[in-house]
Design a protein around this ligand. Structure first.
Ligand code: 3SL
Ligand code: MG
Length: 234
């Protein structure tokens, strides 16, 4: 099995994900939201690219669906929830459909279409994601959402953590990008401390989201591996 890494949603090329297992990561915060929502009984998440598409999807598809997401890290006007994973408790999301749009995360998920399987990764479910990668037994493209089209330390270190979980269980071939993520993680296994170097960390702190930040850095506390199939994450 070969593992490659794509550094941002902007850098996804169809040929790089084609026929592979794509693992999409936006640990701050979209894929942490999706993982939490599914773990808390959310029936499905529909990731969309624009606010208009989100409103239209709710109108045409499920009037009871919850609208969630962000622009510039803030809740979108008229939406039910923001992009804070701790908002998506069992009480609010259990049995519901979540229609979601975020700046980088949902773009990375949709951009990975063409992969054989698309799974959602975060620090929260890293061990479970590693097990699923091994089960699927295909080459892997770890797709970092990145921040505004650029490389982001948070997603990179999360990728290194997932790679490390896979490497603990089987022999894998890593591209240079994947190898770098792995070694950066091995030298910095305290993810919470290392992510503080990320530019996006500054934004998260500016918004007073320290609790979100700490939550998103919790290692392998959730067992679910959300999968994106035909426009829906189940
Ligand atoms: O871009 C995204 O998808 C978000 O996760 C960014 S934020 O953490 O909500 O600002
Ligand atoms: Mg992010």
């Amino acid at each position: 099995m070969k593992i490659d890494l794509i550094i941002s949603a902007e850098d996804i090329k169809k040929a790089k994900v084609y026929k592979k297992t794509a693992v999409v990561i936006d640990m701050l915060r979209a894929t942490s939201v999706i993982t939490t929502a599914i773990a808390n009984g959310c029936e499905k998440v529909i990731p969309v690219l624009t606010i208009e598409e989100a409103l239209k999807t709710r109108k045409e598809y499920d009037k009871k669906a919850i609208l969630g997401g962000e622009r510039k890290g803030l809740k979108i006007e008229g939406f039910d929830f923001s992009n804070s994973p701790i908002e998506y408790s069992k009480e609010v999301i259990g049995g519901k459909t979540l229609i979601m749009t975020t700046t980088n995360g949902t773009r990375a998920i949709r951009g990975s279409e063409g992969a054989k399987d698309i799974i959602i990764g975060s620090v929260l479910n890293a061990e479970a994601v590693a097990n699923r990668i091994i089960e699927l037994n295909n080459d892997v493209a770890i797709v970092n959402a990145g921040t505004y089209g650029e490389f982001s330390i948070d997603d990179f270190i999360c990728s290194g953590y997932i790679i490390s979980c896979v490497k603990n269980k089987m022999k894998v071939e890593l591209t240079d990008a994947a190898k770098t993520a792995y070694y950066v993680y091995k030298k910095n296994e305290d993810i919470e401390s290392f992510v503080k170097y990320a530019k996006h960390y500054e934004r998260i702190m500016e918004l007073g989201l320290e609790e979100d930040f700490k939550y998103c850095c919790r290692k392998s506390t959730l067992k679910v591996v959300p999968q994106f199939i035909n426009g829906e994450i189940l």
